[in-house]
Design a protein around this ligand. Structure first.
Ligand code: PLP
Length: 442
């Protein structure tokens, strides 16, 4: 049964806003995945690594708008760039120099991005990457990793958050509707792969290659466990996909933050197309589709009409372009290294705490990302990381305990660090976890 809303003295303004919101939003808010136990924390403002809520409480923000804000909140160089542009027009049908500058920055860093196009969200980037793979190969099908999140385009969506049926997990895995009324044709065109499963990959592509345009893969899918790809899986993927003329789309909307050249470069994956979003917009809406020049020609060339028309009213708007460029320019190799060392300290510290207390938890992640799992052995694929009712209850208690300690911790997805954080913030994450483990064993 839904929990009664309680008015708590420390969160009475959030409580009042939620009560008001319920008469305009069917579910009480538009921010669907934000913890609402028993009601959401309404934000008054962000300050670097922190959020201040409408009741004046401060929280260390490990969500950073779903890993978008690599510099935390209110990063001054971005604010200054954007304020400088506001009075001279915020969107035009014509191109601006801002789009060229961000495109130059990305293509010079990311090997798989020889050419690029901008859109407004990661969802859109994945949608156009899939369409580009179809236009290039002339095939409709998509192979994708079980459990991974790629946004809301139907063909990217239907393999996310799958759960075991009455008889356990399906083998081989099958795409399932995310909502009632999903067209059967969508399900027929999507094939699921288990992460790091070389045999399954070879079997599927051998059987279905005439039908499959692309393998869509996030190199470290956050919602599928934030698990590193095995080198053998990466090598097999390149080999089998190229054998059958199937394109690899690396969805780096989230994981581009793993390094100066992105995640594919880090794990030795050589995609034909690559999608980006989140950090490359500096806190403004953005998505990007990049890839090999030959494949990107489907969007048209100077002398050929596009095989695949692609537009978007707000695509490449100067605010997102300029904010993104400023945020990314500050992400030098040294800035990525510093974030990586902080990430290493958090993951190591959490693992040491787990070992010292003999607690049944494990840690995954890399670079500035981490996930805490309520399982003693670190998951190696989505099925191990899947949260059943008991696992979900543990993670709820954990986020609740973290919130009590002034930290907003996402669960079921990646927590992330920002350049605005320092050693003291890492210490508070570790001590909140220690407090949680203490409370669990009492
Ligand atoms: N792909 C991945 C890997 C993501 O993590 C996300 C968002 O979390 C998306 C796509 C969708 O991006 P957006 O929310 O900007 O539409």
């Amino acid at each position: 049964a839904p929990r009664e809303l309680r008015e708590t003295s420390v969160r009475s303004n959030s409580f009042r806003l939620f009560s008001r919101a319920k008469s305009v939003f069917p579910d009480g808010t538009t921010r669907v995945t934000v913890e609402r136990d028993p009601f959401p924390v309404y934000v008054q403002r962000g300050e670097g690594a922190y959020l201040v809520d409408v009741d004046g409480n401060r929280f260390l923000d490990l969500n950073n708008n779903f890993t978008t804000l690599i510099h935390g909140h209110g990063y001054a160089p971005v604010s200054e760039a954007v304020v400088g542009l506001l009075n001279s027009g915020t969107c035009f049908a014509n191109p601006t120099e801002h789009e060229i500058a961000l495109a130059e920055l990305l293509t010079s860093r990311i090997p798989a991005m020889e050419r690029v196009r901008f859109v407004n969200s990661g969802t859109e980037a994945v949608m156009f990457a899939i369409k580009a793979a179809r236009a290039f190969t002339g095939r409709p099908g998509v192979a994708r990793i079980e459990g991974a999140y790629h946004g809301a385009y139907d063909w990217a969506e239907v393999g996310q958050s799958v759960s075991p049926g009455r008889g356990g997990w399906e083998s081989p895995p099958r795409a399932r509707p995310v909502y009632r009324g999903t067209p059967q044709s969508v399900l027929d065109d999507v094939h699921l792969l288990r992460f790091n499963d070389v045999d399954g990959l070879e079997r599927l592509l051998a059987a279905q290659h005439q039908h499959i345009a692309c393998v869509l893969i996030d190199p470290m899918p956050s919602r599928a466990g934030l698990i590193a790809p095995n080198p053998g899986f990466v090598a097999a993927l390149s080999e089998v996909a190229s054998r059958y003329g199937i394109l690899i789309i690396a969805d780096e909307v989230l994981n581009l933050r793993q390094g100066y050249a992105g995640a594919s470069a880090r794990y030795g994956l050589r995609p034909d197309l690559i999608t980006a979003g989140k950090i490359i917009g500096g806190g403004f809406p953005i998505g990007a589709i990049g890839g090999r020049e030959e494949v990107m020609r489907v969007f048209g060339t100077e002398d050929a009409k596009p095989l695949l028309p692609q537009g978007g009213t707000f695509s490449a708007n100067p605010l997102s372009m300029a904010a993104g460029r400023v945020a990314m320019e500050a992400m030098t190799p040294e800035a990525f290294d510093r974030l990586e060392r902080m990430g290493d300290r958090v993951r190591l510290g959490l693992r040491e705490t787990i070992a010292r207390r003999g607690a049944p938890f494990s840690i995954t992640g890399a670079a500035s990302l981490f996930r805490i799992h309520p399982t003693p052995i670190a998951p190696t694929e989505y099925r191990d990381a899947y949260l059943d009712v008991a696992g979900m209850a543990v993670m709820r208690r954990m986020t609740h305990q973290f919130a009590q300690s002034g930290i907003l911790l996402p669960y079921g997805a990646a927590a992330c660090l920002s350049t605005a954080m320092g050693d003291g913030d890492i210490e508070s994450v570790l001590s909140a976890f220690e407090d949680f483990l203490c409370a669990e064993t009492q």
